[in-house]
Design a protein around this ligand. Structure first.
Ligand code: FES
Length: 148
């Protein structure tokens, strides 16, 4: 499928030539997010400014732009956490998110990374999700936190 051709077709068939929502939803469904290139392409084809397309993406929570923040899931794999079972936590995180270390989930919501110490060694295994550190992590708690 030529994505650009499909998008052009959708734009041509729009009932409201000024409403890009349907186009953006199609891109989101196909690509998982809307890249800067796509924004440019849609803006060009619809004779709009890039920022106007970007504003539409920001307005609708189900649309994800390239720059929309990806939440980092940092599993501490340093000595103390490792001794407390962080290996099992990392495996569980891979399973839940369906990605390897440094991978980004297809919906671009999470990125899984490992960390050498989160500074709370006595309370491990520790996982930082976004800006929050969670101590004494278990596979069950992690599954709950990352529930989509
Ligand atoms: S070793 Fe994990 S927080 Fe320090």
């Amino acid at each position: 499928m030529d994505l650009y051709k499909e998008i052009e077709k959708i734009i041509e068939n729009l009932e409201d030539k000024n409403n890009e929502l349907e186009v953006l939803e199609f891109i989101q469904k196909t690509e998982g997010y809307i890249s800067k290139d796509m924004i440019k392409f849609v803006a060009d084809k619809m004779d709009k400014f890039d920022f106007s397309i970007e504003n539409t993406i920001k307005f609708y929570p189900h649309l994800k732009g390239e720059g929309k923040q990806i939440i980092e899931v940092k599993v501490c794999t340093h000595t103390a956490c490792r001794n407390n079972g962080s290996g099992k936590i990392l495996e569980e995180a891979k399973k839940i998110l369906g990605v390897e270390v440094d991978g980004i989930t297809p919906d671009r919501k999470y990125k899984l990374i490992t960390q050498r110490c989160l500074g709370q060694c006595g309370k491990g295994p520790n996982v930082k999700i976004g800006s929050e550190i969670y101590n004494k992590m278990t596979p069950e708690i992690l599954a709950n936190l990352l529930k989509k």
